[in-house]
Write a protein that binds this ligand. Structure first.
Ligand code: TMP
Length: 212
């Protein structure tokens, strides 16, 4: 049976990594074969693109350049890893996917809806995650956590207003799509994990019912 694609999204400092660990453990305990991916990245070429987009270039990086690089990496990952894994029956847990581009480039950078739709259609051809967990954090809080982890990369150096716009777009899109579940990352870690576990358990039982 074809696997499912579950994605974790959120601003820097939202706590994606520990939530991804929890989801993987939960799926494995339910007998699923699990693969983990991250975006941009996840194949040798896509990892090189990740280094490139995060690098602090001493030149203006055009919005369209950033956007195209994100999608180039995504297509590599989708073609070489995500689709083959799903075809093999594995469940894929993704650290970011298309919603990141919609929020950061579409919301944060202000790339037009028309451009966003056009590139997404060309690159993804209608492919979308089965379930997305969006960890919602106030940008000031998230960035403070990210700062605590070390130096900020090129994207993380964008001002607070950029992250406010990004968060707003995440919430707007989550409100329009039932497959995107919003979990507040402003709570303590235990409460975040409980809320995520509830969503994953619910999803697993809906899948069991569908195949029963
Ligand atoms: P992270 O996965 O370690 O958080 O780093 C990825 C960075 O790239 C993060 O700042 C979000 C940004 N990003 C975009 O701007 N657009 C995208 O489509 C993706 C996947 C990531």
């Amino acid at each position: 049976m074809r696997g499912k694609f579950i994605v974790v999204e959120g601003l820097e400092g939202a706590g994606k990594s520990s939530v991804i660990g929890l989801i993987k453990e939960t799926l494995q305990a339910a007998g699923k074969q699990v693969e983990q991916t991250r975006e941009p990245g996840g194949t040798p070429m896509a990892e090189a693109i990740r280094d490139c987009v995060k690098h602090d270039w001493n030149e203006n990086v055009a919005e369209e350049t950033e956007l195209l690089l994100m999608y180039a990496a995504r297509v590599q990952l989708l073609t070489n890893r995500i689709l083959p894994a799903l075809d093999n029956g594995a469940w894929v847990v993704g650290d970011r996917h298309d919603l990141s581009s919609q929020a950061y480039q579409g919301g944060g950078r202000g790339v037009s809806a028309q451009t966003m739709r056009a590139i997404s259609d060309i690159a993804l051809n209608g492919f979308k995650p089965d379930l997305t967990i969006y960890l919602d954090v106030e940008p000031a809080v998230g960035l403070e956590r990210a700062r605590g982890r070390g130096e900020l990369d090129r994207i993380e150096q964008a001002g607070l207003a950029f992250f406010e716009r990004t968060r707003e777009r995440y919430l707007e899109l989550a409100g329009q799509d039932d497959s995107i579940k919003v979990v507040s990352a402003m709570q303590d870690m235990q409460s975040v994990h409980k809320a995520v576990l509830d969503e994953i358990t619910l999803y697993l039982s809906s899948q069991n019912e569908a195949t029963a």
